[in-house]
Design a protein around this ligand. Sequence first.
Ligand code: G
Ligand code: G
Ligand code: MN
Ligand code: NA
Length: 250
Amino acid sequence: RNLEAALRVAIEKEELEVHYQPIVDLRTGKVSCCEALLRWNHPELGPISPAKFIPVAESTGLIAPLSHWVLAQACNAAAQWPGGVTVAVNMSPALLKDLHLSHMILSSLYTSGLSADRLELEITESVLLEDNAQANTLIREFQKIGLKLSIDDFGTGYSSLAYLKKYRFDKIKIDTSFIADVTRSKEARAIIHALVGLAAELDMEIVAEGIETETQLGYVTGARCTAAQGFYLGRPSREDVIRRRLEAQA
Ligand code: G
Ligand code: G
Ligand code: MN
Ligand code: NA
């Protein structure tokens, strides 16, 4: 309740910010994409995690205006980035029932001048699991528009392999939990290797998430993941900070 009211105020007063976390291409060593991550610094309560307020937005109808705002910010930012670096935006499962979503996306692209192939949508497995007709229609539309599609948190849902057969995704993002276990779990290592092989066979990128140590980076590089993301490679940062990093590598 209170959080809902506070979130309405935050959207109006622009207390929200979009930060960007770099994703590094392991073949070139350069940042190839940045993931947009919402940040809310409440004047009294301090920082509130999106893990807490996104569900509130989803259950109150605020998710559509909020997502439109994030998409607009992300497209405007990426349109200024050098070297064709792409931007990835997390798509709320609740939003993938809203058939206006593709208009929202097209308007953000049009206003910013960003080409469709520089916008990636991250979709979590739970959306696909429900097998709803609207999500199916939307995913096909996204592909017609020419957007890039990733499956986020891969390996944490059910029967994920069925989605790979059904849709053409561009990227698989291996969930953080597998990376956290690479040094101590033979099973985690075997799963990473199998996913790398699968992605290569299907012509998809494979991103290791949650890289926090040099050892983990060495491991996923050796395992031939195509890209990696995590605090060790760069924290989510303000747009001006990210842009300087992108300009320095260009
Ligand atoms: O950045 P952080 O680890 O605090 O994010 C927590 C969760 O919130 C993650 O699951 C992340 O995907 C999600 N999240 C962050 N920004 C957005 C956003 O703009 N839209 C949606 N739907 N989820 C987001
Ligand atoms: O669910 P999703 O994969 O979109 O969540 C992304 C979230 O993961 C971001 O909010 C970001 O803050 C967090 N994150 C990014 N890199 C790391 C990392 O190296 N370790 C941990 N614990 N979290 C990370
Ligand atoms: Mn994500
Ligand atoms: Na993820």
